[in-house]
Write a protein that binds this ligand. Structure first.
Ligand code: CU
Length: 101
């Protein structure tokens, strides 16, 4: 690892219909960006900034950044595993997953 960034917990399990809130407790900006091709069939795409596709999130990176102290939340309806990452720090291993039961 080149830095100490990461999602904590890296993986979490929730019941469908629950909302997950990510809080940026670091001192730099991050994103919460779903891997579009790994989310469950029929599930809504999610990304900080409210983007409807991963491509849009990457294209408009600055609009999707969550500042230090900021929050992003998403409600998960469909069961399955949702993998996501932070665009600026993906290469440093800043990835996570939400398992919805
Ligand atoms: Cu990050």
């Amino acid at each position: 690892m080149t830095d100490g960034f990461g999602f904590d917990p890296k993986t979490t399990t929730i019941e469908s219909g629950r909302t997950v809130t990510w809080t940026n407790t670091s001192d730099v900006d991050h994103t919460v960006t779903a891997y579009e091709d790994t989310i469950p069939e029929g599930a809504a795409y999610f990304a900080s900034g409210g983007f409807e596709s991963e491509r849009a999130g990457r294209t408009h990176l600055t609009e999707g950044l969550v500042a230090p102290g900021g929050e992003y939340e998403h409600t998960f309806e469909e069961s399955g595993t949702y993998e996501y990452y932070c665009i600026p720090h993906e290469s440093s291993g800043m990835v996570g997953a939400v398992q919805v039961e």
